[in-house]
Design a protein around this ligand. Structure first.
Ligand code: FAD
Length: 432
């Protein structure tokens, strides 16, 4: 192996894991991050003395790449598991949810619809192959099995309030992996079990950044990459926001794909064309610190005509904290007019929803409030999504591009970021 000079763009989970493995293999690695901290989507912030993720994060039973990394970094003991509860707020009433008995006793759907819904989830959790689902639209797949009535009660808001105009063209394979990941996390069919990292994702990022520094890697925070330079079919380096050019043998971009076309304007036309066709939804996430529990649930599914979100996440019912933490995500395309609403408008909306879910809730329960936004929070994955993506190892020598899209058919998760970050590092090690 000859030692190479490598730039990684983005200090999220994928970029840091990739840098860590490349350093272990003996390469010289610099990481460039536009923000002042590591973590990207899973970064944390100081919530009036509580260090916590900007967006909710939980761990599932099949997240093996993450488990292996935690072991390697000697922080596996920070992984904790909780038997969590789920709720369903349907037309003004809160129901217990998440096991077959609760489903059967739910009064707002007929028995056949409930059986079809439950059986669909059960069979999806047992399925192992996804190629045939890759050609199918998720709504068609679900409706065909559960029927329109069950779809309207149990599924419709999730699609409408997360994917809006894209709802009709989401891949069934992608929805299937979401069902399966959560289902395989269960202790048994009656008990849901979810994991979290003590100290949050920050625990992982502290360990990763410390290991990177120890191995001689450098992370340049507050350093936005403005351009990826390409010369004669080969990557030559990067240009920073201030105009400084730095030469590299390899450049790995882990930033959201829609931004890559803007900073790599010398890419071959067909790659840029593909990149510009990738759609993402953004997220505006309200986080409240409360003095009492809103509900007993970790996850609350919602189907209620007066509530414009498909769910709320009461994180402290998974990870017990001194105060209650409630995340309320609004998934919106960044060009949706609502995305530009003020933080206060989002908070006021959430307060009215909290009151509807728990009539005892009052604003004096709120000890802290904050709103975070991420413009590319979730790639929109239509059927046969992989065909839409340019190759991860691009035809430009030395240039790799990846974001959460490449987890397909898996949904975004820290564990998938770890897996892919490691795969990219391995591919470069083989090349050099
Ligand atoms: C609302 C929400 C909830 C989630 N819930 C979970 C969950 O429960 N469990 C789970 O496992 N995962 C969850 N995820 C997914 C998880 O956070 C992601 O899969 C993971 O963090 C992605 O890491 P990444 O490194 O691939 O990308 P990112 O985190 O997006 O990292 C990309 C980095 O690139 C930086 N960047 C962008 N442009 C530039 C530039 N020009 N120059 C320099 N730097 C740049 C960004 O600032 C960012 O730090 C959730 C994500 C969101 C948004």
């Amino acid at each position: 192996m000859t030692q190479k000079k490598i730039a990684v763009i983005g200090a999220g989970a994928m970029g840091l894991v990739c840098a860590y493995d490349l350093l272990k293999a003996g390469h010289k690695v610099d990481v460039f991050e536009q923000e002042d901290r590591a973590g990207g989507m899973s970064a944390s912030f100081d919530f009036d003395g509580l260090n916590i993720e900007r967006f909710y994060h939980f761990v599932c039973g099949p997240d093996y790449p993450l488990f292996n990394l935690l072991k390697e970094l000697s922080i596996y003991d920070r992984l904790k598991w909780t038997e969590t509860k789920m709720g369903f707020f349907y037309n003004g009433k809160l129901y217990k949810w998440g096991n077959p008995l609760f489903l059967l006793s739910f009064p707002e759907a007929d028995l056949l619809s409930k059986l079809r819904y439950g059986l669909h989830l059960f069979l999806a959790s047992k399925r192992t192959k996804w190629r045939d689902l890759d050609k199918v639209k998720a709504i068609d797949w679900i409706k065909k099995f559960v029927g329109s009535k069950a779809y309207d009660v149990f599924w419709e808001p999730l699609f409408r309030l997360k994917f809006y105009e894209y709802s009709d063209n989401i891949s069934a394979a992608w929805i299937w992996t979401r069902i399966k990941r959560v289902a395989l996390s269960r202790k048994n069919i009656f008990t849901e079990r979810m994991g979290y990292i003590k100290g949050g994702s920050a625990t992982l990022f502290h360990a990763l950044t410390a290991n990177i520094a120890e191995k001689g890697g450098k992370i340049y925070f507050n350093n936005m990459v403005r351009k990826i330079n390409i010369r004669n079919g080969r990557v030559s380096g990067i240009e920073l926001k201030g105009g400084q050019f730095k030469a590299y043998d390899f450049v790995i971009s882990t930033i959201p794909l829609p931004y890559v076309a803007d900073i790599a304007d010398d890419l071959p036309g067909k790659i840029s064309e593909k990149l510009r066709k990738i759609n993402n939804v953004g997220v505006v996430c309200v986080i409240l610190k409360l003095k009492s529990k809103l509900t007993e649930n970790f996850w609350l599914n919602i189907n209620d005509s007066s509530i414009a979100i498909p769910g709320m996440i009461e994180y402290s019912n998974l990870n017990p904290l001194k105060e209650q933490i409630l995340y309320v995500p609004f998934y919106l395309h960044k060009d949706h007019p609502k995305y530009r609403q003020t933080d206060k408008a989002f908070i006021d909306e959430v307060l009215s929803y909290a009151k509807r879910v728990n009539p005892e809730f009052s604003e004096d329960w709120v000890l802290g409030q904050k709103v975070h936004r991420y413009a590319c929070a979730q790639p929109v994955c239509p059927p046969e999504y992989l065909k839409m993506l340019p190759a991860l190892k691009t035809e430009v020598n030395g240039l790799y591009i990846a974001d959460t899209s490449y987890y397909y058919p898996e949904d975004r998760s820290i564990s998938e970021s770890v897996r892919l970050g490691r795969e990219i590092a391995e591919s470069i090690v083989k090349e050099s």
